[in-house]
Ligand binder design. Structure first.
Ligand code: 4NP
Length: 157
């Protein structure tokens, strides 16, 4: 069985590209690549077609993850039927997603930090520079690790 996971933020250039890259890297490390389809998207369309923000590319590269090949896209109505999990980076993204999808698909929309072993609601938006990309990376990595542990407990260490 393949689990389809979509990471969603506002612009799809800072946070959700890190979600996609980190989760894919963990999945590959555990030999589970054929068990997942992983993608990311933004609720907004300002950056469609662009590569990730250079600061996200840099922090990912620092951790040995190459996200340069990603290109931003906007969430589409089809995503809610296709993906088993649509993971919002913050509560604003969650609200936007829920407003765009039929009620029967609402259970697929979750906040990534629901999987954070530490408490909190939002992965803060680093675009304006108030929160560091290193903080965002650590938070997303923590949540992705817990998510994968829950989906494939036999693979956790
Ligand atoms: P992201 O960050 O949602 O993590 O990709 C942002 C990127 C761009 C903008 C806002 C947030 N923007 O306003 O263009």
């Amino acid at each position: 069985m393949v689990t389809r996971v979509l990471f969603v933020c506002l612009g799809n250039i800072c946070r959700s590209p890190l979600g996609e890259g980190i989760f894919r890297s963990l999945v590959e490390q555990r030999g589970l690549a054929d068990r997942f389809e992983i993608d990311s998207a933004g609720t907004g369309d300002w950056h469609v077609g662009e590569p990730p923000d250079p600061r996200s590319i840099a922090i990912a590269a620092h951790h040995g993850i190459d996200i340069r090949g990603q290109r931003a896209r906007q969430v589409s109505g089809d995503d809610f039927a296709h993906f088993d999990l649509v993971l919002a980076m913050d509560r604003a993204n969650e609200r936007d997603l829920l407003a765009r999808c039929p009620a029967e698909q609402h259970p697929r929309v979750r906040r990534l930090r629901e999987y954070d072993p530490q408490s909190g609601h939002d992965v803060p938006d680093p675009w304006f520079g108030t929160h560091g990309f290193d903080l965002v990376f650590a938070m997303v990595e923590r949540c992705c690790t817990r998510l994968l542990d829950e989906l494939h407990p036999e693979s956790s260490r």
